[in-house]
Design a binder for this molecule. Structure first.
Ligand code: G3P
Length: 217
């Protein structure tokens, strides 16, 4: 399973990348706003830190303007992945980019049928939004499971990029179902390591080790 970080904050990306835990980065207009930076500059910086795919999202909604923005974003770096809305105009651009061998991420996926369309258009990734479905009292994880079944039924190569992750449990559930990738805020990735018994055990081992009076090396 691959881990992507859902942020446009280069300090956070650098920190987790140094741990060897980041396979890619996803951004969106809200995350660019949060970074307070210019999209061209921040995406370029992220692409210089991360070797894997870096999703940069178009802001246009009609075919011509999506194409114009896509051509601009593609020039930023080789590892740019164009994040497109799951609309017919977005799918049309997706198909063209797929034929050109460029990476795409179809975003704002809330149904299995939308994911099916993304796969038919040859998308590299499809991003089902778990948390936002949970927010309206629907089952985000059920969507991941439905998409997994459909993609396996037909051997679609589009990867399931579980997005809108709100808890460490979302990561575990997505992994159990077989999502190919989880994109999460850095705070969630850091929470994956937490367990009070790990802390307690370490404390006991360190205290006992001190009592032995020994030194390794
Ligand atoms: O990048 C898309 C996604 O992960 C959004 O998450 O928390 O805004 O629903 P959120």
């Amino acid at each position: 399973m691959k881990f992507f970080i859902d942020t446009a904050n280069t300090d956070e990306i650098r920190e987790l990348n140094d741990l060897g835990l980041v396979d890619g980065v996803t951004t969106n207009p809200s995350l660019i706003l949060k970074s307070g930076r210019n999209i061209n500059e921040v995406i370029k910086d992220i692409c210089n830190i991360i070797k894997g795919p870096v999703s940069a999202e178009v802001a246009a909604t009609d075919y011509d303007n999506i194409m114009r923005e896509t051509n601009h974003l593609l020039k930023i770096a080789e590892n740019i992945c164009i994040k497109l809305p799951l609309t017919f105009d977005g799918l049309r651009v997706c198909k063209i980019l797929t034929e050109k061998g460029r990476k795409t991420n179809m975003t704002l996926c809330f149904t299995a049928n939308q994911a099916l369309l993304a796969a038919k258009a040859g998308a590299t990734f499809v991003s089902p939004f778990i948390g936002r479905l949970d927010d309206i009292n629907l089952n985000g994880m059920k969507l991941i499971s439905e998409i997994r079944t459909i993609f396996d039924n037909y051997a679609f190569r589009t990867e399931i990029l579980a997005a809108s992750i709100r808890t460490a449990n979302h990561v575990k559930e997505a992994a159990l179902i077989g999502a190919d990738i989880v994109t999460m805020p850095s705070i969630i990735l850091k929470q994956l390591i937490n367990h009070p018994l790990t802390d307690k055990g370490l404390e006991i081992f360190l205290a006992d080790w001190t009592k032995t009076g020994q030194k390794i090396g």
